[in-house]
Design a protein around this ligand. Structure first.
Ligand code: ADP
Length: 585
C-alpha cells in the first residue's frame, strides 16, 4: 500500500476514534446528568407528596407503626423507597425495613441529603446503599421538624447509559469502517494520477521521450498533467532536433575524405571520424583517451598541443611508419564555442600527391638523362666532324652514328609524346569487333624484314578465331611493342609464339619468346617508365624504356590487364586481356 494512502487512512481512523471517544464520553455524561436531574425532580415531587401524607403524624417512636405503614403505602404509590427521619437523624420509619430493624439502622443526620433537609433545604445525593447493595439516588425534603427521604434505584439509568454506550460503540465501529473505506477510495483516486505521473517520469528519465501522463481531469491534477505533457513534448522535439543535427554531422563526417579529430581543452578525444581511424589505423574506442595513447604518434599529439596553446592554426606534415608509408597533412586549430573549448585537427592523405611528385621528379630526371645521352653523342661527333679533316670513311661512320642517335632521340620523343597523350586522358578509343589473330598476322608480315634479319620466326595460334571488342590501332600498338621486345631480347633461331584464345569473359593474348627472360626482382618494375633490366642491351637495340609503359596504359584503357611470366634464360611470356565481343553482345 502506498505510504500516502496508509498515512491518510491512519489519520482518518485516528480522527474517527478520537471523535467517537469524545462524543461518547460527552453524550454519556450529559445523558446521565439529564436523567439524574429528571429523576431527582420526580423524587422531589414524590417526597413532597409523602410530606403531605405524613403531615399530621409526628416523627416519634410512639407513631412508629403508623409511620411505617404510611411509608410503605407511599413507597407502593411512588415506586420509591421512603424513609422518615426524626430531627435528630434517627430513622423512624422505612418502607423497606421492619420496625425492629430500625434501631440498628443508625443515625442519618450526616447523610448529605438529610443534612441539607435538616438545615431547611431539599437535598439530594447519589451513593451506594449498604442496605440494598446498589447505587441509589436519595432526595430529602424537610418536613419540619423531621425529614422525608425518598430513594430510587439507579440501575435503569445505568442500563440506559450502558445501552447508549454500546450503540455509540457500534456506531463508532461502523463510522471507523466507513472512514477507512472512504479514505482508501479517496487516496486511491488521488494516487491514480500520481501513479501516471510517476510512470511517465520514470520512462522519461530512462530516455523514452515519447512518455506522457495523459491524465485528463478538470482539476489541478489535470492542469499539472497537461503542463507536464507539454514539457515532455518540448523535450522530445528538442531532443529529436539534437538527434537530427547529430546524425547530419555524423553523416557528413562519415563520408569525408579527410580524417577529423576533435579534442577538448584537456586534450582528450571527443570525436574521431571513420576516415581518421582508417588513416591512422585505429581500432576500438578512443573517445576519452589522449591522442598520444590513441594514435601513438608524437607529431599528431604535438600539432594538437600547439593548436590548443596558440590562437593561430597549425599546419604540419607527418609521416606515418607502417606497412605502407603514409604522409598526412595536419591542419589543427583551437576553437571556443560557448563553454565548449578544444581543438580540431583535419588530416589529408598526401601519400599519393607526394608519390606523384616523386614520380614526376624522377620522370623529368630520367627523360632529361635519356635525351642528354644521344644529344651529347650527336654534339660530340658533329664537333669532331667540324673540327678536323677526317678521311671520308671515318666521316661517314661518324655521320651514321649521328643519324643513329638522332633516330633514337626521335623515337624517344615520339614515345614520350605518345605516353603524354595517353596519360593526359584526352585520347579516345574506338572499340570495334576485332580478330586479334588476323591483326597479329598482318603485323608479322610487316615485321618480316626485321624477323629475317634477326633470324627469328613467329607462329600465330588463334583458337576458334576469337573476336575482341577493342580499338584496332591500340591493339596493334600493344602487339607491336610486345613483338618488338620479343625480337629485341631473343637470340637468333628462336621462335616467338602469339596465342589468342577466349578465357572467361575475355580474349587473352600471349606473346611468348625464347629469349633472355627477366629476373624475378625486375619483373614487377618493367612496366614503369624508363625501367630497364639491361640498360646497355636496351639502348643498343634502340629501346627507349617506355614501350611497356605505353602497353600498360593502352591495355588498361581498353579494359584489360597485362602481366608477365618469365624464366631467365628460357624465355618470357607477356599476356594481356581484352573484353570479348561475345561478352558485349
Ligand atoms: P625498352 O625500350 O627498353 O625495351 P620496354 O619498356 O619495352 O623498354 O621494356 C622495359 C624492359 O623490360 C626492357 O629494357 C627489358 O629489360 C625488359 N623486357 C621487355 N621485354 C622483354 C622480353 N621480351 N624479354 C626480356 N626482357 C624484356
Amino acid at each position: 500500500m502506498p505510504r500516502i494512502q496508509r498515512r491518510l487512512m491512519i489519520a482518518l481512523a485516528a480522527l474517527v476514534i478520537a471523535v467517537s471517544i469524545t462524543t461518547g464520553f460527552w453524550v454519556d455524561r450529559s445523558l446521565r446528568a439529564r436523567e439524574l436531574g429528571h429523576l431527582e425532580r420526580l423524587l422531589g415531587a414524590s417526597a413532597r407528596a409523602v410530606v403531605e401524607l405524613v403531615r399530621d403524624v409526628p416523627f416519634d417512636a410512639a407513631h412508629e407503626h403508623e409511620l411505617t405503614e404510611l411509608a410503605r403505602r407511599a413507597s407502593l404509590a411512588t415506586g420509591t423507597r421512603v424513609t422518615l427521619i426524626a430531627p435528630d437523624g434517627s430513622v423512624v420509619a422505612d418502607s423497606e425495613l421492619r420496625s425492629e430493624d430500625l434501631a440498628s439502622f443508625g443515625n442519618h443526620a450526616n447523610r448529605p441529603e438529610v443534612a441539607a433537609a435538616l438545615a431547611g433545604d431539599p437535598g439530594a445525593d447519589t451513593r451506594r446503599s449498604e442496605t440494598v447493595g446498589r447505587p441509589l439516588l436519595y432526595v430529602a425534603v424537610p418536613r419540619p421538624p423531621g425529614v422525608v427521604r425518598v430513594a430510587t434505584d439507579l440501575a435503569p439509568i445505568d442500563a440506559a447509559t450502558a445501552e447508549l454506550r454500546s450503540a455509540l460503540l457500534a456506531g463508532g465501529a461502523i463510522t471507523l469502517a466507513a472512514a477507512l473505506l472512504l479514505s482508501y477510495l479517496i487516496s486511491h483516486a488521488l494516487l491514480r494520477p500520481l501513479g501516471a505521473f510517476h510512470a511517465a517520469l520514470a520512462r522519461l528519465s530512462a530516455g523514452e521521450l515519447g512518455a506522457r501522463v495523459r491524465w485528463r481531469s478538470n482539476d489541478e491534477l489535470g492542469d499539472l498533467a497537461r503542463a507536464f505533457d507539454g514539457m515532455a513534448e518540448d523535450l522530445e522535439q528538442g531532443q529529436s532536433a539534437i538527434v537530427a543535427e547529430r546524425d547530419r554531422l555524423a553523416a557528413v563526417l562519415s563520408v569525408m575524405v579527410e580524417g577529423v579529430l576533435v579534442v577538448d581543452a584537456e586534450e582528450r578525444i571527443v570525436l574521431a571520424n571513420p576516415r581518421l581511424r582508417e588513416l591512422l589505423g585505429i581500432r576500438g574506442e578512443i573517445e576519452g583517451l589522449r591522442p598520444l595513447a590513441a594514435v601513438r604518434n608524437a607529431d599528431v599529439d604535438d600539432a594538437l598541443r600547439a593548436a590548443l596553446a596558440e590562437s593561430q592554426p597549425v599546419h604540419r606534415e607527418i609521416a606515418l611508419a607502417g606497412v605502407e608509408r603514409r604522409v598526412l597533412a595536419v591542419h589543427a586549430a583551437s576553437f571556443a564555442i560557448g563553454d565548449a573549448k578544444g581543438a580540431v585537427a583535419v588530416f589529408h592523405d598526401m601519400t599519393e600527391v607526394r608519390r606523384l611528385e616523386t614520380v614526376r621528379r624522377d620522370f623529368v630526371a630520367n627523360a632529361s638523362h635519356e635525351i642528354k645521352t644521344p644529344l651529347t653523342a650527336i654534339r660530340g661527333f658533329a664537333e669532331t666532324l667540324l673540327g678536323s679533316e677526317l678521311p671520308a670513311s671515318d666521316a661517314r661512320s661518324y655521320l651514321e652514328i649521328i643519324l643513329k642517335h638522332s633516330e633514337r632521340l626521335s623515337r624517344l620523343v615520339e614515345d614520350l609524346l605518345e605516353l603524354s597523350r595517353l596519360e593526359s586522358g584526352k585520347f579516345t578509343l574506338e572499340p570495334e569487333p576485332l580478330d586479334v589473330g588476323v591483326l597479329a598476322a598482318k603485323l608479322c608480315r610487316e615485321l618480316e624484314p626485321r624477323l629475317r634479319e634477326r633470324g627469328v620466326s613467329v607462329r600465330i595460334a588463334a583458337e576458334g578465331a576469337p573476336r575482341a571488342f577493342a580499338d584496332a590501332s591500340a591493339v596493334e600498338q600493344i602487339l607491336q611493342n610486345l613483338l618488338d621486345n620479343a625480337i629485341k631480347y631473343s637470340d637468333s633461331d628462336r621462335e616467338i609464339e602469339v596465342r589468342v584464345r577466349v578465357e572467361g569473359d575475355d580474349v587473352r593474348i600471349d606473346v611468348a619468346d625464347q629469349g633472355l627472360g627477366i629476373p624475378e626482382a625486375d619483373r614487377a618494375r618493367i612496366f614503369e617508365r624508363f625501367y630497364r633490366v639491361d640498360r646497355g642491351r636496351s639502348r643498343e637495340q634502340g629501346g627507349t624504356g617506355l614501350g611497356l609503359s605505353i602497353v600498360k596504359h593502352l591495355v588498361q584503357a581498353s579494359g584489360g590487364e597485362v602481366w608477365v611470366e618469365s624464366t631467365p634464360g628460357v624465355g618470357s611470356t607477356f599476356s594481356f586481356t581484352l573484353p570479348s565481343n561475345f561478352t558485349r553482345s
